[in-house]
Write a protein that binds this ligand. Structure first.
Ligand SMILES: NC(=O)c1ccc[n+]([C@@H]2O[C@H](COP(=O)([O-])OP(=O)(O)OC[C@H]3O[C@@H](n4cnc5c(N)ncnc54)[C@H](O)[C@@H]3O)[C@@H](O)[C@H]2O)c1
Length: 453
């Protein structure tokens, strides 16, 4: 069997998931032929890691991208750079004859999104967007329940995502804190959430209205915490002692990937979360209407005491509630002031008793999503997928256009029509779902787990 040839560009924190799999579990069916980053230090770290695993790709700095493609002839480029550069590499690679796998968000604004759609159509190459959240078993199970008509046709959704003061705060420390790099949290982070909703409901967004503000990660909040002497970064900050948002850069990956290499490109990983230079929101409310007639109210707050989400699908046969607490803030003394980890799915029929559904088991990063995504991505013979979790540029586009439209709505105070942002995207591949023709009954029996003995 001929091995698929892979190159990867962007070698920061997320990159390891991909090059680890290529040089480990999938080394017999794939070959990592090139690695690239704009920072020679991070390139060297990645090269050393894969060399130690017996792989010997060539290393290139960003400026040598065309040379990389010409000399190493990859079949597929994996893009794991910061978000704003995804479109550039996706399009250049497709023009040069490669297929592409890109991390989310596919890109950060409507013009770049259109460029990707047009380039893919012109070149006929394939583009895969790695929506690992779809692959978390308990979220795939939600798709399964909705597909099988557990609550009939979904008419509306309440969806609330909470980012906590550890993970959530991290978006305010580095490049994500500026919309020009990330599109803000409605694009960078909510691309996952809006994609889940498009995929869960098998539909695409039509109109978007939003409000947003930043009122927690501000200089005023720092002063209210008594942090008057703060510096622009954590390293050597006079307020490092009392500040609960202090990040120690001298340990582990923070040192190896970022601190040791910051002199090469000025990428500081520990900028102050209370800085005036931040221009993304930390509190967001969005209303979305969908092509199939459903509507959603969504919120995202990035300064919460616990991380996770609360979601409720409201259907013609009842309601499906799904709740995940991923992480709670842990005090220095080890006590847990917030909620404990929790995962629940409850099916509440209109005229019957609630059913507690046992969530499909998950292990590994991002609710088990990373593991299943990687298997689907690199396995030479992936299993046929009844849930159609593999996403291309069409799903990638609709996942970001909700956030891009929401950003515009926040600026203008007006609702935004998705079709006014990009054209000729095409409908993503989605499964059939219960629609308005699904019969209703006063009593019905639904088995959430028909395969169980
Ligand atoms: N799916 C998920 O759950 C998930 C999780 C984390 C990150 N991500 C995505 O992965 C990507 C990388 O995130 P990260 O956390 O590793 O960020 P990071 O800042 O740690 O790494 C980004 C890397 O890209 C390099 N880079 C920046 N601009 C470049 C350019 N023009 N050319 C070449 N290299 C360039 C940087 O030097 C750095 O090494 C982002 O798009 C992010 O949204 C996805």
């Amino acid at each position: 069997m001929e091995k698929k040839r892979y190159a990867q560009i962007g070698l920061g924190g997320r990159a390891w998931l991909f090059y680890e799999a290529l040089t480990g579990e999938f080394a017999s069916s794939t070959e990592l032929v090139a690695l690239s980053d704009r920072n020679p230090g991070r390139l060297a770290v990645a090269m050393n890691r894969v060399n130690a695993r017996g792989a010997h790709p060539r290393g290139y700095i960003e400026a040598d991208f065309e040379t990389l493609i010409r000399e190493t002839r990859p079949d597929i480029l994996i893009v794991t750079t910061k978000d704003v550069y995804h479109a550039e590499y996706i399009c250049r690679a497709m023009e040069l004859g490669c297929d592409v796998v890109t991390e989310k968000p596919m890109t950060t604004d409507a013009a770049k999104c259109q460029r990707i759609i047009d380039t893919q159509r012109r070149t006929g190459r394939t583009l895969r967007v790695t929506f690992n959240y779809r692959y978390a078993p308990f979220r795939t199970q939600i798709k399964d329940l909705l597909m099988r008509g557990a609550i009939g046709e979904v008419l509306s959704v309440d969806f609330h995502w909470l980012l906590d003061i550890q993970h959530g705060a991290d978006y305010f420390r580095r490049w994500h804190r500026n919309k020009r790099n990330s599109g803000g949290l409605l694009v960078h982070k909510a691309t996952h959430h809006f994609d889940l909703m498009n995929w869960w409901l098998s539909t695409i967004p039509k109109t978007v209205f939003a409000r947003g503000q930043r009122r927690f990660y501000t200089p005023e909040t720092a002063e209210r915490f008594g942090l008057y002497q703060r510096a622009e970064r954590c390293l050597n900050c006079p307020e490092a002692g009392p500040c609960k948002f202090y990040l120690n850069m001298e340990i582990g990956e923070f040192k190896q990937l970022y601190l040791d290499n910051e002199g090469l490109d000025g990428y500081y990983r520990d900028r102050c979360v209370f800085s005036d230079a931040i221009d993304i929101e930390d509190s967001l409310q969005v209303i979305v209407t969908y092509q199939n007639g459903a509507q959603m109210s969504y919120s995202l707050n990035a300064f919460m005491p616990w991380e996770g989400y609360i979601i409720a699908f409201n259907g013609t046969r009842g309601r499906l509630e799904h709740h995940l607490v991923e992480q709670s803030y842990i005090n220095a003394d080890g006590t847990l002031p917030g909620q404990k980890k929790a995962l629940s799915t409850t099916l509440i029929p209109h005229f019957g008793a609630p059913i507690e559904v046992t969530p499909w088991a998950a292990e590994g990063g991002h609710g088990g999503g990373d593991k299943h995504l990687i298997e689907d991505l690199f396995s030479p013979n992936p299993e046929p997928d009844p849930y159609l979790r593999a996403a291309d540029q069409r799903a990638g586009a609709y996942s970001i256009l909700t956030g891009i439209a929401a950003n515009r709505a926040i600026q203008s105070g007006q609702p935004v029509v998705i079709d006014s942002l990009c054209h000729e995207i095409g409908m993503p591949d989605f499964t059939a779902m219960p629609g308005p023709d699904m019969p209703l009954a006063w009593r019905y029996r639904f088995d959430p787990d028909p395969d169980k003995d």
